[in-house]
Ligand binder design. Structure first.
Ligand code: BTN
Length: 265
């Protein structure tokens, strides 16, 4: 029987109690990347709150130019378009807000606690269960738009991950020992993101950073941060008021990192 994505789309839209998110929801059986399509819609002046969900992606993208393995029937691949009218250096709050929302949904379902790894990986038992790719777009004469791309490993079995991910990736099914309804996860995610976005618009970035810090076990750990060809090592200490990672270098000096790839140890 062919996969009935139209009825899944209707289930997601039904009773979705959101104010900003879900102004339009597109559910596609296959696309190159939901982020790419969301950016195209943004260029065509799509409304804030557009959600694009794909059953599979042929060119799913991760951070740092990596790809995101996106086969059908197992994972969640979705993108959300927001137009928060912020200064560019405050857009990092949206990335952290997406992480706070995704971890809240994951913790509702997972039998084991999840942790955020800066800037935005979500790990369970030190293995990645969710990745976020936030991208900015700006059209001539208009303010910034942000596309939040979220990939969640939901129903993969260990043998379904490609060889290079087997040691580092996990899924909610592996953690819980039973399959999970992806539509329930999507609805929870959109509802939580809508709620957190409303808090953020009302209260600002301070509360986002506070919630982010409550959901990480990174602080006090030795880390290496890769930025291009440079690797900086130190102890992760905190996030600053803009959500940047504060490291204590081995010489005792503090260093603030605004982007990069964190590895433990
Ligand atoms: C990462 O951890 O490197 C980020 C992964 C982000 C993957 C999601 S899946 C939906 C959206 N579309 C993409 O092409 N990428 C993001």
């Amino acid at each position: 029987m062919p996969y009935d994505y139209e009825s899944d789309a209707a289930i997601i839209k039904d009773h979705l109690n959101c104010i900003h998110i879900g102004s339009e929801i597109l559910f596609l059986p296959e696309i190159d990347s939901t982020n790419n399509l969301a950016k195209k819609h943004s260029k065509n002046n799509a409304q804030e709150g557009l959600v694009i969900i794909a059953e599979s992606q042929t060119g799913g993208r991760g951070r740092m130019g990596r790809s995101w393995h996106s086969p059908p029937e197992t994972g969640i691949y979705l993108s959300i378009l927001l137009k928060p009218n912020l200064k560019p250096d405050h857009l990092s709050f949206i990335t952290l807000l997406a992480g706070v929302s995704a971890i809240s949904t994951i913790n509702e379902i997972s039998h084991q606690p999840a942790n955020l790894k800066w800037p935005n990986d979500i790990l369970i038992n030190d293995k990645k269960v969710c990745g976020l790719l936030c991208e900015m777009t700006q059209e001539k004469g208009s303010s910034f738009s942000v596309v939040i791309g979220i990939g969640i490993n939901v129903n993969q079995l260990p043998e379904q991950f490609p060889k290079d991910l087997k040691k580092t990736a996990t899924s909610l099914r592996i953690v819980n020992g039973s399959p999970i309804n992806r539509l329930t996860v999507i609805r929870s995610l959109l509802t939580t993101l809508d709620r957190e976005y409303r808090f953020f618009l009302a209260e600002g970035g301070h509360s986002v950073i506070k919630k982010w810090k409550l959901n990480t076990d990174l602080f006090g750990k030795k880390v290496s941060v890769k930025r291009g060809s440079v690797i900086i090592t130190g102890t992760a200490m905190n996030l600053d008021e803009l959500g940047r990672l504060v490291l204590r270098r081995d010489n005792g000096h503090a260093e603030v990192i605004d982007s990069g790839e964190v590895t433990l140890g």
